[in-house]
Design a protein around this ligand. Sequence first.
Ligand code: NAD
Ligand code: MG
Ligand code: MG
Length: 332
Amino acid sequence: MAVTIYYEQDCNPEAIKGKKVAIIGYGSQGHAHALNLKDSGCDVRVGLREGSRSWQAAEDAGLKVMPVAQAADEADLIMILVPDELQPAVYEESIAPHLKAGDTLAFAHGFNIHYGYITPPEDVNVIMCAPKGPGHIVRRQYTEGSGVPDLVCVAQDATGDAWDIALSYAWGIGGARSGVIKATFKEETEEDLFGEQAVLCGGLVELVKAGFETLVEAGYPPELAYFECYHEMKMIVDLMYESGIHFMNYSISNTAEYGEYYAGPKIINEQSREAMREILKRIQDGTFAEDFMQDCKNGHKWLIEQREAINGHEIEKTGERIRSMFSWLKEA
Ligand code: NAD
Ligand code: MG
Ligand code: MG
């Protein structure tokens, strides 16, 4: 095994229970970390901007809420869960002035540490506990008694027990129930960005869209194209997720399996692989990070244009129509 995996019995719950924890931000990850840690018996406070829309929601969930600077000041472990592009400013203004020697600064993604947008002082620990799943699933699985696996990393070990703290944090949010993988900030940052760009989000949406457009262009009804290229995706992925590609292949027809082996490598071909290598290079050399941060400074101009384009695409309109006509999502 090329990686080290830890489980609950490898973690010391007392390390995190003995700390005053501040969760900065109450979005997708923030609400999940704050609530899971609280339910695990930790001393949690949530740091938010005055006037934040999440303030009431966090209080209604039974959490202590206070301004970011106060939370950072009170806490000895500060987990930064505001959007990556806002973290440098929030850190400079409201967190850095309140860091004490021996404090722990924590992240759920390595972006700002790895690319150098945040440089903490040498006398604090810098750790990461990155759930390998969306925040709402991190919360849901915790309440169901399971947990989303985490990557844990240490960039700075000022106190000598930064790994214990990182593992203990993973225990607190439920990740150790399923397994915690030891990694580095570089590995987490580059792999996470590559995965979401090339496969999970970028690759997937473009694949589904291209399939849909090909069928519609050839005169097939968009509703059928939606079912074939979009709706069935989840069922296929569920089979792979639960039991492997071989089980998915066992479950589909021989006809489908034969077509899979013929067509797959024609669609994801050497040109696609070369494009993936280029995407990885842009991530590794920091070009992606610079482009992203530049667009953020520009008010997310490019990002918003792209978002509006996909929101207005026929596949989204078709999906909305279909999801309102069929019953599989009604109870959700
Ligand atoms: P998000 O956009 O869902 O939430 C951000 C929250 O930050 C907001 O809800 C708000 O409460 C708060 N906020 C915004 N501006 C603020 C400010 N100036 N001061 C204080 N609070 C402010 O963010 P997210 O998707 O949960 O991402 C947080 C971190 O977790 C990022 O580093 C991200 O890469 C990482 N991460 C996210 C996911 C995910 O499922 N979304 C998965 C793994 C890691
Ligand atoms: Mg990510
Ligand atoms: Mg079929």
